[in-house]
Design a protein around this ligand. Structure first.
Ligand code: ADP
Length: 485
């Protein structure tokens, strides 16, 4: 349970959702913050402009009735205050309140900047923001904060260029603040909805990204259990799809490898069973004979001996091949005079050729390659032995030479040749063109496979040209050491 939970919260999917959420919220918050500030300043600008104009108009009106008695002025101030939704104060030129629509500041001297600006500073109008205590009779619903924003607008009252005093109109600004706050609140509600939708959407969408990963993980687990035959469905061409493709390729390679190995084991077993079966047959025929003739017995044992040699050959070759099947077979490279190596091998095999009445000639120019002596010898032995085995008359010529970029060993015979369709299979394990002939000469069908592995390990390759009943040419291509020629 606990680890399941840990897995869930550690999953890419959940992390993606979290990232989307954080990004969305950050974006929404910064947008709403900016919008709130812009809306608020535009609302405040609009409001102050309107009220400032109203105040200037009021000052004009007051300048005409300034000489009226106090009661008339008061009722005028009161009615305008109610119309404009604020409080109207009429000051004399010393900033002392003469009339107050709210009645309680009459006689006070008002020390505000905007009052000085119009009375002394010569300004046409002025206003200033003030934090004032909220009066209980107004906005009773919002008592939680006791100080609110208000704006004081002023305009001079003049008559023919003479200053009579000033008018101060005071209005609450809090409603603007409150409406912005309301707006932010409704934006916040919208955000919660957007964020929830975003989370749900990103959870669903991230499923498309993570599902192939989950599938791949399951496939790998399955592969671990059952070994092979596992494939994943690949859609699209993104990185994850590429991963799926790589997995499928790997799975195919493993299967191919398994197939080759199984075939090899079954071929090898078959190859070893044949001589065993022959030997069993031979020994039984002697075993059940009442009085075996010693001459006959000798012949049987010679046959058995021959089969044992064959088995021994197969096993030797198998061991040689298996040696190359390590993950990374290593060869010890040293400079080798290829022509001398070929001369030595030819000298060793010449008696075998001469026994069949075939000449074995060697022609070499000085050629040095980097490689492992015993392995290269083995390859040349197998090639020359084959030439002798599959040639009944004529001669065998071996050339060693080099071109600008490779060293060549050419083994040319005048033997039975190889059919064209057989050439691609020559280097397969246990492949023989003519099984009976190969067996008769002690062949295992592994010789060329060994040659190919050795030459590939040395960074080279083999090519074959052959014409049935004319002869064959096997050419070994090896890289020359760097810095030569
Ligand atoms: P084997 O032990 O049977 O000779 P190899 O792997 O050495 O096995 O060779 C595979 C087969 O290739 C042989 O069985 C033979 O049919 C054919 N082959 C190899 N070399 C020659 C050659 N020089 N001339 C004709 N056939 C050849």
């Amino acid at each position: 349970m606990h680890s399941e939970r840990k897995k869930f919260f550690g999953s890419i999917r959940v992390r993606m959702v979290a990232i989307y959420l954080v990004v969305t919220l950050l974006a929404l918050m910064s947008i709403s913050f900016t919008v709130a500030i812009l809306v608020e300043s535009s609302l405040v600008n609009q409001r102050t402009k309107q009220q400032q104009e109203a105040t200037t108009r009021l000052a004009l009106e007051l300048s005409q009735s300034f000489s009226s008695d106090a009661d008339t002025l008061y009722s005028l101030a009161l009615s305008r205050a109610q119309e404009l939704g604020g409080r109207v104060l009429i000051l004399d030129t010393d900033a002392v309140v003469q009339v107050d629509s709210a009645s309680y500041q009459t006689g006070f001297r008002l020390p505000y900047r905007e009052v000085r600006d119009v009375l002394i500073g010569g300004k046409e109008s002025a206003f200033g923001f003030h934090r004032i205590a909220r009066t209980k009779d107004k906005n009773t619903l919002k008592l939680m904060d006791d100080a609110v924003w208000a704006v004081y607008y002023t305009a001079p009252i003049t008559q023919g260029g003479v200053y009579l005093g000033a008018v101060l109109f005071s209005a609450m600004l809090q409603d603007v603040e409150d409406s912005v706050t309301d707006m932010v609140a409704s934006i916040a509600v919208a955000f919660v909805i957007v964020a929830a939708v975003m989370a749900a959407l990103s959870f669903i969408l991230s499923g498309f990204v993570t599902r192939p990963i989950v599938e791949l993980t399951n496939a790998i687990r399955k592969m671990g259990r059952q070994g092979s035959g596992v494939r994943v469905k690949v859609r699209g061409r993104d990185e994850v799809a590429e991963l799926g493709r790589a997995f499928n390729r790997m799975s195919e390679q493993i299967e191919a490898h398994d197939r080759v190995r199984d075939e090899f084991v079954s071929d090898a077993s078959h190859e070893l069973k044949t001589p065993l079966a022959t030997m069993k047959l031979l020994s039984e025929s002697i075993l059940y004979e009442e009085n075996p003739d010693p001459a006959e017995m000798r012949e049987f044992f010679e046959d058995v001996n021959h089969e044992v040699d064959r088995m021994s050959n197969v096993i030797t070759d198998l061991l040689r091949l298996v040696q190359f099947d390590e993950a990374e077979p290593t060869i010890h490279r040293e400079p080798i005079k290829l022509n001398e190596l070929v001369d030595r091998v030819a000298a060793r095999l010449r008696p075998m050729a001469e026994a069949k009445g075939i000449a074995l000639n060697c022609n070499g120019t000085d050629t040095i390659v980097l490689g492992e002596q015993t392995k290269l010898e083995q390859a040349v032995v197998n090639l020359i032995e084959n030439a002798i085995k599959y040639t009944d008359a004529g001669k065998i010529e071996v050339f060693v030479k080099h071109t600008a970029d490779e060293a060549l060993v050419i083994v040319k015979d005048t033997g039975i040749g190889i059919p064209e369709d057989a050439i691609p299979h020559l280097f397969e394990r246990f492949y023989r063109v003519d099984k009976a002939r190969s067996r008769g000469t002690g062949g295992t069908g592994l010789g060329l496979a060994i040659v190919e592995r050795i030459i590939t390990l040395h960074g080279g390759f083999i090519s074959v040209e052959s014409e049935p009943n004319k002869g064959s040419v096997f050419t070994v291509h090896l890289p020359l050491p760097m810095g030569e020629e």
